[in-house]
Design a protein around this ligand. Sequence first.
Ligand code: ADP
Ligand code: MG
Length: 341
Amino acid sequence: MANVWRKDSLVISLVMYFLWANIPASLSQELLLTRFEFTQPHMGTLFRIVCYARDTTTAERASNAAFDRIAGLDHIMSDYSPTSELTLLCQQAGGPPTKVSEDLFCVLSGSQETARLSEGAFDVTVGPLVRLWRRARRTRELPDPARLAQALELVGVDKLRLDEKSRTVQLLRKGMALDLGGIAKGYAADEALKLLDQHGIDKALVAAGGDIAVSGSPPGSDGWNIGIAPLESPETPPTRYLRLCHAAVSTSGDAEQFVEIGGKRYSHIVDPRTGIGLIGHSSVTVVAPKGIASDSLATAVSVLGPKRGLELVDSMEGTAALILQATADGVGAYCSKRWKD
Ligand code: ADP
Ligand code: MG
């Protein structure tokens, strides 16, 4: 009996040695990595960084640099801060072109690109409308139609002019207000990943609420497992999962920000053509190569609805979407052609 046991352990040891000796060098390096997680509040949400690094010092140094970068972007793009670059730019509305920072120009160019692709469903000039709907959420009263009509006069992608050569931006009408709430977090997640990479961390996830960007897969896996919250009970564990690396995923929806008036549920996303908050209960998840695209597209597809929204997503390479919509008979799910991939 004892002999058999000794023989067995010898075989096990030999097998273990054989396995270890044959692990590729890259994988044995990966096995030395530890998982780290950090969170900080920025841009009105909690940013979370999950990364794999050799030691605490590397992970902390890299994450702090990434958070500093996010804070810097918040200071540029906030529409709440009276001193943000965005606020100062909007104060020039109706005046001549204004030179802006590379970051602001990059986000505004990305905004105009999604605006063009979505035929104006995504539109960062919605600021005056968003203000009216924020007020409606507080007072639980629909915006005054005359004020809505006035605000609509100041909205439209054609009223925002960008010049790449001089890196200037011009808002054509006095009173215009830009709102980067549907794109800035995705861009910030992209930039945070870049910073982590510059610090030698190439396996990381940056989550900004519903906007997530990931770089290389966690050690020994083929991607980051990302759950999609169920529409009706977002706090319960997800039933749908995605596995992603070197990509971004954003979910837009009215799970947290909406107002119910007269039996109708109005979202914080507004249709720039009508000025009205989207009606009904839905969520849109978009996967794209970068956060700046997934974030703005999720908002755009929310406005466009399943048919036109999925047509748009299907026409873009490396992009997929899932739309969940509450109906009288339960939750309807619509997915783009590449969603299953
Ligand atoms: P969340 O802020 O919940 O992540 P989104 O990414 O969809 O959700 O962004 C919604 C925000 O974008 C709104 O709070 C508002 O600031 C802004 N917004 C609303 N409607 C539009 C629109 N049609 N186009 C661009 N931005 C919008
Ligand atoms: Mg968005």
